[in-house]
Write a protein that binds this ligand. Structure first.
Ligand code: ZN
Ligand code: ZN
Length: 423
């Protein structure tokens, strides 16, 4: 298991103003002081900064009125799947990269490990200092990723997808002291600022603050307390049986379907069922999928007319389990009776957004395609346009170690699910 690090972020309770520290993945929380539940609405990628600790500021070498320059870093954390002629592999990536057009003597090229010990803070309009404008994210992260691939000895043939990713912009403070650039967190000079190297003065700056928007964790339709895990992307009202998703500004009601549970102890497991237009490969019916997968059984004539749905877990879980479920369900095309009920049962939280489920389609197909060497060029050039996606809860039996769907011969290890909130 990879050593997954979650950053801590300082917030303020929107209700009572108390300082609260949350994991970066947290979207739904109860304030430990006033107990009021709130949801965090996401507006683009998060932007945070490392602040100087009081310890750093009281250091004998630290000037009291240091004029801080905040240097931007892009940070990517997520699962990276790579498909090559040799097959599929996955790696967990947690990388950060200096978000400037070029490097500067002394400026660290990444945030490094020490950053993990410091809490991140929100940047507010009151935060003083100069914030450098970040360079284009795609280019910066591509380079960082290629470095990390080269280290792993991977080749360029095939394709790569990121699933379950967190992208953020993180600022680290520096200042200048007698001609040298100083890391303001540890008060240590990191590089020269000679005449020939005018340093960071000539770079464009910006004000990156974006206020975190909180909305009350109550049902907009009936006022009941919403239910969810801290990293739930979708919250549930058990009173009026509705589901809500924090959007950019407020909670939006979302549609869903639910299979009928077989027993009162079943657990409802969420999946995204996606209809998509695929170009680059003939793939519009169940028969097309059977041909791609080179199924050993004969293709039934009715499969030529049968619409194809792509399935993906709507929760983060270890790659092997994720891909196993996605390919099994896509191959089996489950079609149970569905309604819009919310049953008095445990519901596994939705932690994987729809756009990431769409990104997983190519990976699922690569896992099913046989032989992969012949199919890889087609899969690499594939264009996937989602047409319709529905959140579907399927009923799984609650067994000792696993949730099991007998009809689909699918199982999810409970421990793996519990450990996945950090992925
Ligand atoms: Zn509070
Ligand atoms: Zn309600």
């Amino acid at each position: 298991m990879v050593n997954v690090i979650s950053f801590k972020v300082e917030h303020q309770c929107p209700q009572c103003g108390a300082p609260i520290v949350l994991d970066e993945e947290t979207r739904f929380f109860a304030c430990e002081f006033c107990r009021v539940k709130s949801c965090i609405c996401a507006q683009g990628f998060p932007r945070y900064m490392f602040a100087r600790s009081s310890e750093a500021m009281s250091h004998p070498d630290a000037p009291e009125d240091a004029h801080l320059v905040f240097v931007p870093y892009w940070r990517f954390k997520g699962l990276c799947y790579t498909c090559t002629p040799a097959g599929m592999s996955h790696r967990f990536l947690d990388i950060s990269a200096l978000a400037l057009e070029r490097s500067f003597p002394g400026l660290p090229v990444s945030l490094g490990v020490r950053a993990q010990a410091l809490p991140l803070k929100q940047i507010t309009p009151k935060t003083s200092g100069r914030f450098l404008r970040p360079a284009d994210m795609t280019r910066v992260l591509d380079q960082a990723q290629q470095r990390s691939f080269r280290m792993a000895g991977q080749t360029d043939t095939g394709f790569t997808e990121h699933i379950g990713e967190t992208l953020s912009l993180i600022y680290a403070p520096f200042y200048r002291r007698s001609g040298r650039l100083v890391d303001a967190i540890v008060n240590r000079a990191v590089g020269p600022l000679a005449e020939s190297n005018p340093g960071l003065n000539h770079l464009p700056d910006c004000r990156p603050e974006k206020q975190t928007r909180f909305v009350p964790g109550i049902c907009p339709a009936c006022g009941w307390d919403l239910e969810g895990a801290s990293d739930s992307l979708i919250l549930m009202c058990r009173n009026c049986r509705t589901l809500w998703k924090p959007g950019k500004q407020e909670l939006a009601r979302i549609d869903f379907r639910c299979a009928r549970p077989g027993s009162k102890t079943d657990v409802m497991v969420p999946f995204w069922r996606i209809q998509a237009r695929i170009s680059g490969l003939p793939l519009s019916s169940m028969a097309d999928l059977a041909r791609l997968a080179n199924l050993p059984r004969a293709i039934l004539p009715e499969w030529e007319q049968q619409d194809l749905f792509f399935w993906a877990p709507a929760f983060k879980v270890r790659p092997r389990i994720f891909l196993g479920l996605a390919s099994r369900l896509t191959l089996r095309q489950p079609d149970p009776d569905l309604d819009r009920q919310i049953h008095e049962l445990t519901h596994v939280p939705v932690t994987l957004p729809i756009h990431e489920a769409v990104q997983s389609i190519r990976i699922t197909l690569a896992g099913l395609a046989k032989p992969i060497t012949e199919r890889l060029p087609g899969l690499t050039d594939l264009k996937i346009t989602p047409v319709r996606a529905t959140l579907v809860y399927l009923a799984f039996e609650d067994q000792v170690h696993d949730y099991v769907h007998t009809g689909l011969k699918a199982g999810i290890n409970k421990n793996a699910l519990a450990l996945a909130s950090n992925l």
